[in-house]
Design a protein around this ligand. Structure first.
Ligand SMILES: *Cc1c(COP(=O)(O)O)cnc(C)c1O
Length: 415
């Protein structure tokens, strides 16, 4: 067959897994093989108590005093510091705030302001749509004729980097096919042409080590609710290279970005550091959940996370290879681990129904229109045996055509 992977023994791999103790730190329902932690991470057990305590003691009893006594006010910086450790960012260069979409609005606006006289924002047609939508909105808002230019394949990008490009805005790992860009190489190529670079780390942070400082990235953004397990709609993060910290660049000039919010000065005077990328009051309950989820990462070896992620993906590909052709599943994720993130995706007919049938059997992945079934691999809480079992259930569903039932054809609002 076309596999280049050396045969993986799932039971043996679980036995020798250096990360296996982390599984017990998550709540996972019985009977579920959870291959969707790239979309909504599982619940770390201690988040429950921590949020309950925040509600009953900090909010319920201490009330407004908790902004100081529980240091609610610095949650964006505190959680930012924990995330910084995972993405190769220095102290004071990351905050947790708002959503990925909103953070992209801030950093893209800042990047365009820093690189005047150029009109193009370069990205990929296959980027996550909100990133493209935000870029379209920012261009319109600025009103200086910026335009979004989109590549159709990663290999086209180097030739698109010209003297009229202001910003290269890429998602490190593609949400649909799992393709992973070479962050350091592309950042360097762009810088050589005077282009600033924004990396979206939604499918990177918590899935693999990444070195923003080493790559020289200008800005980065990313999600709290995927591999970082911060909970549904968790606050997102934002990184600014310290060389861009001077001056004020982002347009959401809310009071939390002010130099002295509690002076209540009628004129805006921006903070000179990362706080200028904050806007308004942090959502404390969500921030506390995120903070607690991040404490789980204190002693995690990211090299081990990446090694396990690669083997989990290899194992799934190996298992599905034995029946993929027969049922028309086409692997769209690169076989080369160096070119992929922590997910495995296939294009196929009836993908939506197949995924619904999988979910009904306890294998939770997701479907991305028009024809992708997607399986996320989260090294902290997935077992190799589960990945193997998920592939066996997929095979069974295809062989029995279990997906071809009316209840699996109805689409929910979220796929
Ligand atoms: C998940 C994801 C988002 C989500 O943005 P929200 O503002 O949280 O809705 C944005 N971009 C990429 C690349 C994503 O994968």
């Amino acid at each position: 067959m076309h596999s280049t992977i050396t045969k993986i023994d799932a039971e043996q791999a679980d036995f020798t897994d250096p990360l296996r103790s982390y599984r017990d730190r998550f709540d996972l329902p019985d009977g579920v093989l959870y291959l969707d932690g790239n979309s909504l991470g599982a619940l770390p057990k201690t988040v429950r108590q921590r949020v309950a305590k925040t509600i009953s003691e900090e909010w319920g009893e201490q009330l407004i005093r908790s902004w100081n006594t529980a240091d609610w006010v610095h949650l964006p910086q505190r959680v930012g510091r924990k995330i910084a450790n995972l993405i190769g960012a220095g102290d004071g260069s990351v905050v947790t705030a708002d959503s990925t979409s909103i953070n992209l609005f801030k950093v893209l606006s800042a990047a365009l302001d820093l690189n005047p006289g150029r009109s193009k924002i370069i990205s990929e047609r296959d980027n996550f749509p909100t990133d493209l939508y935000i870029a379209q909105g920012v261009a319109k808002q600025i009103g200086k004729g910026h335009r979004l230019v989109l590549s159709d394949a990663p290999s086209d990008i180097p030739d698109m980097l010209d003297e009229d490009a202001a910003v290269l805005m890429l998602t490190h790992v593609n949400y649909r096919n799992g393709y992973r860009h070479d962050m350091a190489a592309l950042t360097k190529m762009a810088h050589d042409k005077g282009i600033l670079v924004i990396w979206d780390l939604c499918h990177t942070a918590g899935a693999m080590p990444v070195d923003l400082t080493g790559a020289g990235a200008d800005f980065a953004i990313g999600c709290g609710y995927k591999y970082l397990n911060g909970g549904p709609g968790a606050p997102a993060f934002l990184y600014v290279n310290p060389r861009h910290m001077g001056g004020f660049r982002q347009p959401l000039s809310g009071w939390f970005g002010h130099r002295a919010p509690f002076d209540f000065d009628p004129s805006y005077a921006p903070s000179s550091n990362i706080e200028q990328y904050l806007c308004g009051t942090p959502p404390v309950l969500a921030m506390v959940a995120m903070d607690e989820a991040m404490s789980l990462w204190d002693d995690v070896d990211m090299t081990a996370v990446r090694a396990k992620s690669v083997t989990l993906c290899d194992l799934f590909i190996q298992e599905v290879d034995s029946f993929a052709d027969e049922f028309g599943l086409k692997l769209v994720t690169p076989r080369d681990a160096d070119r992929r993130g922590s997910q495995v995706s296939y294009s196929c007919d009836n993908g939506y129904a197949i995924m619904q049938a999988l979910i009904a059997r306890g294998v939770v992945g997701d479907f991305r229109a028009p024809d992708i079934i997607r399986f996320g691999m989260t090294p902290l809480y997935l077992k190799f045996a589960e990945v193997k079992q998920a592939a066996a259930i997929l095979r069974d569903i295809l062989e029995t055509r279990a997906w071809d039932a009316p209840e699996f054809q109805v689409r929910g609002a979220v796929t």
